[in-house]
Design a protein around this ligand. Structure first.
Ligand code: PEP
Ligand code: MG
Length: 754
């Protein structure tokens, strides 16, 4: 075997010097391939760069004909070079021409070379190009040589991403890394946003690649690994983590990787080849990301994501870098993340944030609801977008269709600028409807209400013409605060909300925290099934001081006027009665504390837990009104987690069994003469809203942006015949069509705008 002259460390040092020399870009690249060839005793060293049109262009060579540079191209997947680029895996061959993928390029004068070693040049797992060495003689390249070439490729990747490199790119083409990309996600919150990427988990910038002292780098790595292992163990051993949960499972998987000898060995090998500890982590992370981008098995992809997160942690320990929350945002910031909780989203400066794009997520997850309620455009399930984005990249998010355009071309941008104008027109069209009553063509009046939770979204009441706030999610104030809001803070928010409502009714829902609504300053227990755990009214009843503070704040905020309080997640009548009595008792105390009693106090129950449907005859007489939370109710009826994108969309919420359950509530509320509102996300989606109207509902509460479209639907609708057809479908077991099919047919017949 031929051994390399001076080994990889010498080469790296030479490369570092070459990078710093005042050379023209092509000269620098030529010198680099010369140095690699010399150091590895290779007859040929070539560097191919992946262009945005999918071609791999020869950018520099030592040993092949110089005339071929910038002329020879291979397609992705074509030839050995194309294969390496497509699979992002090294390839080492003793007899290259025999390989089925070998492609002969006469202009390069390549025929006499038998041995071939090629490695992908990666950045964040994406292929930037391919680096190849070749020898005339048949020889096997050792693993250490593959490793050395991979290390060299890490340095080249840095060079490709610098502005200096741009002068080498032919006019009219670009490197693939900067290619425009489109993602077909799912729209969570409507609207169009144009802006710049802010990575929620920002990439740690490694600036120092070449180690001066390999032993010292190993010591740094070992210390960082130790710090990381200890911090994971601490998290796992903390009291909160003693119960099995998703979070615990992730930490367990972190711990497994953190102690994995294979991973540590790969990191050490990368240091051995001359890299600093952080560059070594990035090198190994690149391989993980490349595998992640090509992995289709969701379980394995999740584990690779965990390993990627862990590498980020390690990089942060090594470089001392922080995370994105709290940092200064650019104007028109668009947050890109794998996933995040609603509280994390609310930590950002909302005056600059325009949109959020997630790789995971589901439309009824609270992060999506919060995005809607604070007026952010949101798209979820944009696969792999985190790896493909860089901080500061231009991005367009279309919350109507779920499309996300990263680094859009000027024509796409122009189209969207038009679309924004058009959506402004659409808004103007809906605004023109705002003073119209929502009455169907056959004279049935529907009450349209708006969901809210922050003062920021109260202002839209004037624009939408909704007749009140059907659901004020009081927990949002708790989620954005850094410490528990005091009574005075709460009184201020509630009275300001009532003032902004200008006499329209506001239904205040008592705190609904727990599950995925995390309040940072409250110790929460890790639970295996948080959605079915210690949340909402269960938590409030266990923490009477918390409940009392809120109830007092609401009673005081009413300032002697009427007050409506909604109790969330009621599971049985007795639970509702407990809260109601609690409220009435507090109300009786008001005069003694020097405050007037509300002129009228109404207490309602949310129907979100299925078993309550079978106790409506006991519950309804005790309530003043009821409200259906379809997000939770449908989740529990279908046993499909609303926050889990793999199952959240699997079952049609308006399929027969769900509609029948909803109809039971509608009928009972009618029989007991209790106002019934739908305040879950179903109410704001045209087809689903039509289904609700068809089963007899007439009060819908929804996000502000849905009020106009739903009103337009109602104004064009003749509801009577649709109600009769739906009653027939639900009662007559012999009909084959689904409710959705039936409604589509009616929508077409009546030319409804869905
Ligand atoms: C619901 O569950 O439908 C609801 C309105 O409450 P939330 O989405 O806040 O859980
Ligand atoms: Mg709910």
């Amino acid at each position: 075997m031929v051994t390399a002259i001076g080994g990889p460390r010498i080469l790296l040092r030479q490369l570092r010097e070459t990078m710093a020399e005042p050379l023209a870009s092509q000269d620098r690249l030529d010198k680099i391939v010369d140095l690699i060839a010399e150091n590895m005793r290779a007859d040929v060293c070539s560097f191919y760069v992946l262009r945005d049109d999918g071609a791999l262009e020869l950018f520099a060579t030592h040993g092949l004909k110089r005339e071929a540079v910038h002329l020879t191209t291979l397609r992705l997947g074509e030839g050995l070079v194309g294969l390496i680029a497509a699979e992002a895996e090294p390839l080492s061959l003793q007899n290259a021409p025999e390989h089925p993928s070998f492609a002969y390029r006469p202009e390069t004068g390549e025929d006499p070379y038998f041995s071939f070693l090629g490695v992908p040049v990666l950045r964040a797992g994406q292929t930037l190009g391919v680096l190849v060495v070749q020898n005339q003689e048949r020889r096997a390249y050792g693993e250490d040589e593959t490793e050395a070439l991979l290390t060299t490729a890490t340095i080249l990747a840095e060079m490709v991403s610098t502005a200096d490199f741009d002068s080498l790119v032919k006019p009219g083409s670009d490197i693939d890394l900067r290619r425009t990309r489109m993602f077909n996600g799912v729209g969570f919150s409507e609207g169009i946003a144009l802006g710049q990427v802010v990575l929620h988990d920002p990439r740690v910038e490694v600036t120092n690649f070449v180690a001066d002292d390999t032993d010292a780098e190993k010591v740094r790595l070992e210390a960082a690994l130790k710090t990381m292992r200890v911090s994971i163990d601490d998290m796992l051993n903390s009291g909160d983590m003693q119960i099995p949960s998703d979070h615990r499972e992730i930490l367990e998987s972190y711990r497994m990787f953190a102690h994995d000898r294979g991973w540590a060995r790969r990191l050490e090998e990368a240091i051995d080849s001359g890299l600093t500890a952080e560059a070594a982590v990035e090198r190994v992370q690149n391989d993980t990301r490349a595998r992640m981008l090509r992995q289709t098995d969701p379980y394995i992809r999740d584990r690779l994501h965990d390993l990627d997160d862990l590498a980020n942690r390690l990089l942060r320990i090594l470089t001392g870098d922080g995370t994105a929350a709290g940092k200064d945002l650019p104007e028109n910031a668009i947050l890109v993340a794998r996933n995040m909780g609603p509280a994390e989203l609310l930590e950002y400066d909302r005056t600059k944030l325009r949109a959020v794009v997630l790789e995971d997520g589901a439309a009824t997850a609270h992060v999506a609801i919060v995005a809607r309620s604070v007026g952010l455009v949101a798209v979820g399930q944009a696969e792999n977008i985190v790896s493909m984005s860089e901080d500061g990249d231009d991005i367009i998010v279309d919350g109507y269709t779920g499309a996300v355009h990263l680094r859009p071309s000027p024509d796409i941008e122009a189209t969207y600028v038009d679309k924004v104008r058009l959506s402004a027109k659409r808004r103007a069209h809906y605004a023109a409807l705002k003073d119209k009553r929502a009455v169907t063509r056959d004279g049935i009046e529907i009450t349209l209400l708006q969901n809210s939770g922050l003062l920021a979204d109260m202002g839209t009441l004037e624009e939408t013409g909704a007749v009140g706030i059907g659901l004020f999610r009081t927990e949002l104030q708790f989620m954005i605060a850094s410490k528990m809001p005091r009574v005075s803070d709460q009184v201020e928010l509630y009275s300001e909300a009532m003032r902004l409502a200008g006499g329209r009714p506001v239904v205040f829902r008592l705190l609904d925290i727990g599950g995925d609504k995390v309040v940072p300053y409250m110790r929460s227990m890790a639970e295996e099934n948080p959605a079915m755990g210690w949340r909402s009214v269960r938590l409030a009843l266990d923490r009477p001081a918390l409940l009392r503070t809120q109830v007092r704040a609401l009673l005081q905020a009413a300032k002697g006027g009427p007050l409506k309080i909604l109790v969330p997640m009621v599971t049985e009548t007795a639970e509702f009665l407990k809260v109601k009595r609690f409220i009435l008792k507090e109300c009786d105390r008001l005069p003694r504390l020097g405050f007037p009693k509300p002129s009228e106090i109404e207490v309602g129950a949310m129907i979100e837990v299925p078993s309550l449907i079978f106790e409506l005859d006991r519950l309804l007489p005790e309530t003043d009104f009821v409200s259906i939370g379809s997000n939770d109710l449908i989740m529990f009826l279908t046993a499909a987690d609303r926050a889990n994108p793999r199952v959240a969309g699997n079952y049609d919420p308006i399929a027969r069994p769900r509609l029948k359950a909803l109809k039971m509530i509608v009928d009972a509320a009618g029989a007991y003469n209790r106002p019934l509102t739908m305040c879950g996300e179903l109410a704001g989606r045209p087809m689903e809203a039509l289904a609700l109207l068809a089963i007899g509902m007439d009060r819908l509460s929804m996000g502000a942006s849905s009020v106009g479209p739903i009103k337009e639907l109602i104004l064009g609708l003749e509801l009577g015949p649709v109600r009769r057809a739906m009653a027939d479908l639900l009662e007559n077991g012999t009909r084959e069509d689904t409710p959705r099919e039936l409604l589509s047919e009616w929508a077409e017949r009546q030319r409804l705008s869905l």
